[in-house]
Design a protein. Structure first.
Length: 176
């Protein structure tokens, strides 16, 4: 199950993240993929706001994993950009989605194509090549649980569905 969303500007990317943060249930795994500057961290920053996390979210450059425990659910944010698959495996990313030793929460992984293995269930968020005026995001739900999660989210996402945007919409022309 896959769907295309239109994110007219960075505010839209952040708003999508906020809605996800407000709606997603415990155990959700978001695998984010897309080139440099495509909007992955912006979406996770919104996710943090939607979960009620007061701390500003940055890419976990030196720590590899950032854990935010003060929101509605724990958020585990990983950025695999600088890692090869051996280093990623050493990080044991499954500890966050299996949640045997950490409290179950929401997992968001940037550069998810670096994962040598994936969870059985996840949302794959694929950003298209950045263009000045906005971003296209393809969302694919993999596994029964995440297909259900996605079906419940869709009614909240009408703002981002291309057919809802008027042609040559002014909101789509903002460059940032
Ligand atoms: N829908 C959008 N339209 C236009 N610009 C956007 C959109 N979403 C995010 N941006 C902007 O794109 C830039 C890069 O965003 P961001 O840092 O989130 O990308 P990233 O995918 O995390 O990049 P990296 O792989 O380098 O970590 C930021 O300036 C952000 O404001
Ligand atoms: Mg980033």
């Amino acid at each position: 199950m896959s769907q295309q969303l239109t994110l007219a500007n960075s505010t839209a990317t952040r708003s999508l993240g906020i809605i996800l943060g407000q709606q997603l249930p415990v155990g959700t795994v978001l695998l984010l993929q897309g080139n440099l500057g495509s909007g992955k961290t912006t979406l996770v920053q919104g996710l943090g706001v939607g979960l009620g996390i007061a701390d500003a979210i940055d890419s976990p450059t030196f720590t590899l994993v950032n854990e935010y425990l003060q929101g509605r659910l724990p958020l585990y944010h990983l950025d695999l950009y600088r890692l090869d698959s051996v280093e990623v495996a050493a990080l044991h990313p499954e500890q966050f989605w299996e949640a045997t030793e950490v409290e179950a929460g929401v997992v968001a992984i940037e550069w998810a194509d670096r994962l040598p293995y994936r969870p059985p269930d996840y949302l794959w968020l694929q950003f298209a090549e950045p263009i000045q005026t906005g971003r296209q995001l393809a969302v694919t739900a993999v596994g029964n649980d995440h297909q259900t999660i996605w079906q419940r989210l869709v009614p909240h996402l009408s703002l981002f569905q291309p057919e809802q945007l008027p042609a040559n919409s002014a909101s789509g022309s903002k460059i940032d």
